[in-house]
Design a protein around this ligand. Structure first.
Ligand SMILES: [Zn+2]
Length: 452
């Protein structure tokens, strides 16, 4: 019975609009993959297909989020951190974050992943770098939460080793011994990292930033990642303060430092990537380093505007990230696509920073940042990861172009979301999740952590 159910094809029929060429009459899904694009006026070649009527739906590839800090959903709009730029913002929050416990980690991850799913995200990366004594299994907790929700994840084992005593920014109580970090990184790769098409859980290594880890840890993390064929991630070129820190601490600009530690490479993606000079953009593109654009966070912290289209033109994959929920403060990826388009128009011509460019960041660009070619696009052979948005809200009434309308009118919630051929969100509800109860628990833990 189960086998029959699995092998049955599903035709997502007659979409209102679809982000794919030659699929005007929909797509066919079988065994978790997209097996057919159905052109205008045609019917599927596959026989005995089930039909999903998509005539009131805009169909997108499942959106891919490439940078987040799930735990920060507990410190949204935190009074101590309001209206500050990055370094003072971090210094206000580090002592609060130091009290994170396993229950908080699980609940925050569940809430962040739920928010992402509801906004059309089917693959999410997280960057977790806080491992107090009581929370050494933070990534294992995240793996379990992601599996329960059925969303794909790239969980990055973050790290901080350069405390205030060594000239770093974070307090000493939040940093770990470097050998402990490397041993745990290896354990997590061996225990959780899946390879190949359709992987649900991948691990990457992610020293937090130049101002919170040592040169030795940057180098050793790269060596370990390459030995085990996993990707590398960090924050870079987010603010002028960071550039000044790198010049003072290492005598190098952030990108020169990145090159020195062996990270100027196509197995690396960077969060933010704002303050690069022209020559640096060329070097990044030539090396194929991916950049996660985090528009909302960059606006909240007054960090600057990422040079997305120039980075893409130079050869870098450019993806999107909602970033942590202490600097966004939501985890809504379709809203982030709108933000990318809007902020992009402050730097580029409207005809360059089109809605299609913004979608490209959140789909193919993000997938490339995560080193994946099996997701991020509606095409035959790709994973059946889809986000379907209805236009049945006052904000869309009167809209002409449905794909443009999602961004211009401000879509914020998908009607249906599919991951690997399985519906994870139906009619705006996550299968098997009691959202009310989750919000009660999460809100209680958030108040406790913020000391409110
Ligand atoms: Zn971040």
């Amino acid at each position: 019975m189960k086998e029959n159910a699995l092998s049955k094809s599903l035709w997502i029929k007659n979409p209102l609009a679809i982000l794919a060429e030659g699929a005007e009459n929909g797509i066919v899904i079988e065994n978790g993959l997209i097996t057919e694009l159905v052109p205008r006026g045609a019917t599927p070649k596959a026989e005995n297909v089930d039909v999903f009527d998509a005539s009131n739906q805009v169909v997108l590839p499942g959106l891919v989020n490439t940078h987040h800090h799930f735990y920060q959903t507990l410190t949204r709009a935190c009074p101590a951190a309001l209206n500050k730029p990055l370094f003072p913002w971090l210094q206000s929050l580090y002592p609060i974050w130091a009290n994170l416990d396993p229950d908080m980690m699980a609940t925050a991850s569940r809430l962040a992943l739920s928010e992402l799913l509801l906004s059309g995200c089917t693959t999410a990366a997280d960057h977790h770098y806080l491992f107090p004594q009581s929370l050494t299994d933070a990534i294992d907790i995240q793996v379990e939460e992601a599996k329960n929700l059925g969303i794909r994840v790239t969980l990055t084992r973050g790290s901080m080793s350069l405390g205030e005593d060594q000239g770093g920014l974070p307090p000493q109580s939040t940093v770990q011994d470097e050998q402990v970090i490397l041993d745990d990184s290896l354990r997590l790769i061996k225990q959780h990292h899946e390879t190949g098409a359709g992987a649900m859980v991948q691990i990457a290594l992610a020293p937090c930033s130049p101002f919170s880890v040592s040169t030795e840890l940057m180098e050793a993390s790269a060596t370990l990642a390459r030995e085990h064929d996993v990707r590398l991630h960090t924050h870079l070129a987010e603010t002028h303060d960071e550039t000044n820190f790198c010049i003072e601490m290492f005598g190098l600009r952030p990108l020169d430092y990145l090159e020195k530690v062996g990270w100027l490479s196509d197995d690396v993606w960077l969060a933010h990537g704002i303050h690069f000079e022209d020559g640096e953009i060329k070097r990044l593109g030539k090396a194929g380093v991916g950049i996660t654009h985090c528009p909302s966070s960059n606006m909240v912290l007054s960090s600057g505007i990422c040079r997305t289209l120039e980075l893409e033109a130079a050869g870098s994959p450019v993806g999107l990230g909602v970033d942590g929920s202490a600097s966004n403060d939501g985890s809504n990826l379709i809203q982030e696509v709108r933000q990318a388009m809007l902020i992009g128009r402050l730097r580029y011509e409207a005809g360059e920073m089109t809605h299609h460019a913004a979608y490209r960041f959140a789909t193919e660009g993000s997938a490339r940042c995560l080193g994946r070619d099996d997701i991020g696009k509606i095409a035959v052979g790709k994973q059946a990861d889809l986000a379907l948005f209805g236009l049945n809200e006052p904000r869309f009434s009167g809209a002409g172009d449905p794909l443009a309308a999602l961004l211009l009118c401000g879509a914020h919630q998908a009607d249906h979301v599919m991951v690997g051929g399985e519906w994870r969100v139906k009619n705006r509800v996550i299968e098997g999740l009691d959202m009310e109860a989750l919000m009660v628990d999460h809100s209680k833990l958030g108040k406790a952590l913020q000391g409110l």
